[in-house]
Design a protein around this ligand. Structure first.
Ligand code: AMP
Ligand code: MG
Length: 267
């Protein structure tokens, strides 16, 4: 999975990443079989993480509209005990949120010890949509990359492991998915006419993403560019990376506080 992780000293071009990537499997069902194994393992590791109550995991999901953030959450996070996971979807900031610094609403929902937090969009919107739509002056958003790096460093120094996934789809794939939303009654609720305006700004968004990925890949909190045109491959890669990360965190079930060997439970 290393091929999808960025390094701080090696800036990337998004155009060098193929959203259609998905090789290495004889069939889709091979990948799905592996995904199921990884999810079972993630479930056990998550339980140990929760029981250990020392470290936590933050998963940031960013993508263009229809990129698959919701689907990834459903498939990957649906497999773990819901008590140990908190999902936050970041929307257009409220008046109260706008009255504070841009990280205020984010810091409040970072994961407590033992927990996994998933961000559906994140503080990165403040250097993406805000930049593309001039919602703040350049002097303001351009400082945020460094502020984000400092914030994430603060979190990692406090036991939070951070995974940041950019679900990378092509513009042609987005068209297919928008058409599908438009033509499927049960999916129409997800279709926002405003998404077409965002689609018109595709190149500006890719540029803003490229900058965010490059400027905010640190050793402690790297970005991953996930090939996301094929949903099964996207799920497989994301689950694989989460599994590997949790294995490396190596959470341990705590030892009982007292000797339990003499405990008798009366009838
Ligand atoms: P959705 O994810 O489809 O529910 O849409 C959420 C919307 O909120 C998207 O259009 C985001 O760009 C927007 N959004 C999220 N965070 C911010 C932010 N910090 N500033 C402005 N818009 C935001
Ligand atoms: Mg949307």
């Amino acid at each position: 999975m290393d091929q999808y992780g960025l390094s701080p000293d090696k800036p990337i071009k998004l155009s060098d990443f193929d959203p259609d990537d998905g090789e290495g499997f004889k069939s889709k069902s091979d990948a799905q079989r592996q995904l199921r194994k990884d999810l079972l393992r993630i479930r056990v590791l998550q339980e140990a993480l929760y029981a250990e109550h020392k470290q936590s995991l933050l998963i940031v999901l960013q993508a263009m509209d229809t990129g698959g953030k919701d689907g990834t959450i459903e498939h990957v996070c649906g497999a773990v005990n819901p008590q140990g996971v908190v999902v936050t979807s970041f929307k257009v900031p409220s008046a109260e949120e706008l009255a504070h610094d841009f990280l205020w609403r984010v810091h409040k929902v970072t994961p407590a010890r033992g927990m996994i937090a998933v961000f559906n969009r994140s503080h990165y919107e403040d250097v993406l949509v805000v930049r593309v739509h001039d919602l703040a002056p350049k002097e303001v958003w351009s400082q945020r990359y460094e502020l984000i790096n400092q914030f994430e460093k603060h979190l990692t120094a406090n036991g939070v492991v951070i995974l940041k996934f950019f679900l990378h789809i092509s513009k042609a794939e987005q068209k297919e998915r928008l058409l599908d939303r438009l033509n499927t009654p049960d999916k129409q609720w997800k279709f926002a006419v405003g998404d077409l305006k965002e689609r018109g700004l595709w190149d500006q968004y890719q540029e803003a993403y490229e900058d965010a990925l490059n400027k905010c890949t640190t050793a402690a909190a790297p970005w991953y560019v996930i090939p996301a045109n094929r949903k099964w491959y996207r799920n497989y890669v994301v689950a694989r990376i989460i599994r590997q990360t949790l294995e490396a965190m190596n959470p341990q079930f705590p030892q009982p506080a007292e000797d339990l060997s003499q405990v008798v439970i009366e009838d």
